[in-house]
Design a protein around this ligand. Structure first.
Ligand SMILES: NC(=O)c1ccc[n+]([C@@H]2O[C@H](COP(=O)([O-])OP(=O)(O)OC[C@H]3O[C@@H](n4cnc5c(N)ncnc54)[C@H](OP(=O)(O)O)[C@@H]3O)[C@@H](O)[C@H]2O)c1
Length: 253
């Protein structure tokens, strides 16, 4: 087991299952202490137990990205136990059933509900934890975006997922991309790097397991759905900031 992330503290939101769990597993297997963010403490503990049984230093942290109180207490807990945060992976995200309509027919509540988690939740977590990331020698923020958030791809009729025009979800990920760019610009003279990762269409609860990629593919160290996020979370000091990547390279904004 490689130990290149030993001494690093990584928080992954929504790490109790799906892509977040696999990101936590891969960071942990490289020696990082992983904080398994979960809005339900029981589900988080179950995931952390599984990681610990694989010799990973995993701890559960209760964090609901739409509940500022839990974000504040997570921040206090990290401050108390570690005094810093090296890696923040904003993975928690949702897709709503009400989004499977033509864009003009989507209910405003679906839009609000989706943005609450995917956009405001991401920003609230970053804003609260930034002081702890600034205490790291090499802070890394990775925002889980999606190819569906790319305006270039959304406006390309030949894009592989050109028919997936979910107004709330796609635009929430476009907003995540904007947050990534703006924050990276603000932090460009610091040691913190901010990037967005596209895991690709992966079979998880988010899409009722319709994704093409399986959980097993996530474990492929040189590719797979967790690859871009894990790579960006462990970038060297001369690595990129303000980028959007999948496992093949740059994704257009
Ligand atoms: N799957 C894909 O094809 C795909 C493609 C592109 C991008 N993504 C992005 O990848 C990320 C992970 O998705 P996934 O496919 O792994 O989905 P998933 O299996 O449904 O997992 C989502 C995770 O987010 C958590 N979550 C939801 N709302 C939360 C909240 N308010 N506070 C804290 N945690 C919350 C869930 O917790 P609970 O267990 O408590 O519900 C779960 O742990 C998302 O940002 C998604 O948009 C996925």
């Amino acid at each position: 087991m490689s130990e290149d992330l030993k001494g690093k503290v990584a928080l992954i939101t929504g790490a109790n299952k799906g892509i977040g769990y696999e990101i936590a597993r891969q960071l942990g297997s490289r020696g990082a202490t992983v904080l398994v963010g979960s809005r339900d403490i029981g589900r988080g503990e179950e995931a952390a137990n599984k990681l610990r049984s694989n010799q990973i230093d995993a701890r559960t942290i209760q964090l609901d990205v739409i509940d500022q109180k839990t974000i504040d207490s997570a921040s206090k807990q990290i401050e108390r136990e570690f005094g810093k945060l090296d890696i923040l992976v904003n993975n928690a995200g949702i897709a709503s059933d009400g989004d499977r309509l033509p864009p003009s027919q989507v209910d405003i509540e679906t839009l609000r509900h989706t943005y609450e988690t995917n956009v405001f939740g991401v920003f609230a977590v970053i804003k609260t934890l930034l002081p702890l990331l600034k205490k790291s020698k090499a802070g890394r923020i990775v925002n889980l975006s999606s190819g569906l958030g790319s305006l270039t791809q959304n406006s390309d009729p030949n894009y592989e997922f050109a028919n997936a025009k979910s107004l709330a979800y796609n635009s929430s990920k476009t907003a995540v991309n904007a947050i990534t760019v703006l924050l990276a610009a603000e932090l460009k003279d610091t040691s913190i790097k901010v990037n967005a990762a596209d895991p690709g269409f992966t079979a998880t609860d988010l899409n009722q397991h319709r994704g093409y990629r399986t959980v097993e593919q996530g474990a492929i160290p040189t590719g797979g759905y967790a690859y871009a996020a894990v790579r960006l979370a462990s970038l060297p000091d001369d690595g990129s900031s303000e980028g959007f990547f999948d496992e093949n390279g740059v994704v257009p904004w």
